[in-house]
Design a protein around this ligand. Sequence first.
Ligand code: NFE
Length: 500
Amino acid sequence: MAQKVSIDPFTRIEGHLAINLEVEGNYISDAKCVGEMFRGFEQIMRGRSPLDAQQIMQRICGVCPVSQGQASSLAQEDAYGLEIPDNGRLIRNIMLGANYFHNNVTHFYHLSAMDFIDVKGILAYQGKDRMLLDIKSWVQQEMRSKKLFPAAPFLPRYETRYIQNAEVNISALKNYFVAMDIRALAHQLVAIFSGKMPHMASNVPGGVTEQVTTKKIALCRTKTRQLREFLETEYIHDVLAVANEFPEYWQLGKSCGNYLSYGSFAQAKGNTNKVFEPGVLINGTFSEVDTASITEQVKYSKYSSDSGRGKTNPEPNKSGAYSWIKAPRYNGEPMEVGPLSRVMVAYARPGDSLLKQYTDQFLRQIGRTVEELDSCLGRHAIRIIELQLLLDRMEEWIEKLEPGQPACADFTIPASGKGAGLTEAPRGALGHWISIENSKVSNYDCIVPTTWNCSPKDDKEVSGPVEQALIGTYVQDKDNPIEAARIVRAFDPCLACAVH
Ligand code: NFE
C-alpha cells in the first residue's frame, strides 16, 4: 500500500511549493507539484497603458526580472513594429547574461548546495590542516556575523549522507558566503545600464534609455572579469566536486524527454541569430517553434474549466484541482524547459551551435555523455556551461558598444495591436503576449518557465515534467526523501513566477 509523504513547505526555492508523494516499497509511485498561491499579474494589466507593462511585469519575480521585463518589451516591439538599435540589443544581452550569472550562483550555492554540504561535519572538523582550520574559523565568524547558525538554512537537516571530503565541504561552505558578494557584483553589472537592481528602470520598448559611455564600458569590463574569476576558480570546482561525491545523481531525475526553447541573446537585427537557439524536441523529433501549438490545460488547476490559454478565472475550491499552476502543453505534450532543454535543442537543431560546442568540450573533460545530462547533476552542470559561453559572449558584446550612438528607438503606441515576446529566462522558455485596444491593454498573457516544469497533471492525466522526474525514484528513507528534494531543486523552481 502506498505511503503518502509530503514535503510542505518545500524550502530553499522561490515562492510556495509543496511536493506530495506516494511511495510504494521505497519507490515514488506518484508525485504532485502543488503551487500554493495565486497572484494575478495578467489581471492587473487590463485597462492600463501598455507602457506600464514592462515595469509591472518585472515584479513577477525578484530573480528573473530582467527576463520578464525584456519579454514585455519584446511583446510591445512586436505589436509596434519596432526595430531596436544595436547598442540597445547589446546592452540587453549584457544585462540578461549578468542576470543569468546572478541566478545560477544563487541556485547552486544558496538554494541547492545545502542538500549536499555537511555543515555539522565542517564545524566538527578537528583535523590539523591549517588551511581547513582557517576556513572553518572564517565560516564560523561569517555565520555569527550574519546570524545564520544554528537557524535555517543550516538546520534542521535530513539525517543522510552528505559530502564526505572535509576539503570539499569547507570550500563549498566558504563559497556559500563569497557567493553573496558575487550576486551583488552580478547585480551591479546589470545596474550599470539598468538603474538599481532588481528593477530595470531603463528597460523600455525600443531598447534601453541609458547612454553608452566609455566609463560604463570600462565598468562592464571590470565586473565581467571578476565574475569570470569566480566561475573559473570556485564555482566550476564546487559543482564538479559535488558531482564527484554523488555520481548516482547522473542517473536520478530523468524527466519527460520533451524539450522547448524560445531562444535568446539575439546577435542580429530582428531579434535573430540567437546564441541560445529556438526549437521543439518531442520524442526525439525536432521542429521549429509554433506558439499556436501551445495550450494551457486546467483540469487539475484551481481555475474555472473555461480558463485556458490567455484566460484565467480563479476557482479556489474547484473539485479535484490541486495546484494554482496551469498545465501548459505543446501539441498536447508536457515539455521540460530550462538549461537542459536549451542544450537538447542545440544538439537536435540542424547545423552547429556554440552551446553544443561548449557542452561537447565540457563533457569530454568530465567523461560524461549528453544522455546523462537528463539528470539532477546534468541540470547543475549545464548551468556552468552556459555561464562559460555567456561570459565569452558578454566580453565581445561589451567591446561592440558604441558611445554616442543611440540605445533606444522612438515609437508611438498604436490604437490597437497584438504582440508576442519570446525569450529564454534562466529557468527556460518565457512568453508574454499583449493585446491592445483603444491604446490600452485589453489582455495580457504570460506562460513562464516554472509553469511548464512544475505543471500539474493535464486533461489526459499526464504528469508534468518535475512530477515525471520524481516518479520511479528510489528513496532510501521514506520519511526523509532527500532524493526527491535534490531532484526538484535541480530544476530551480520559481513558484512566484509559475503562478504569476
Ligand atoms: Ni521567478 Fe523566472 C526564470 C521566469 S521562472 S524566476 O528564470 O520567467 O518561472
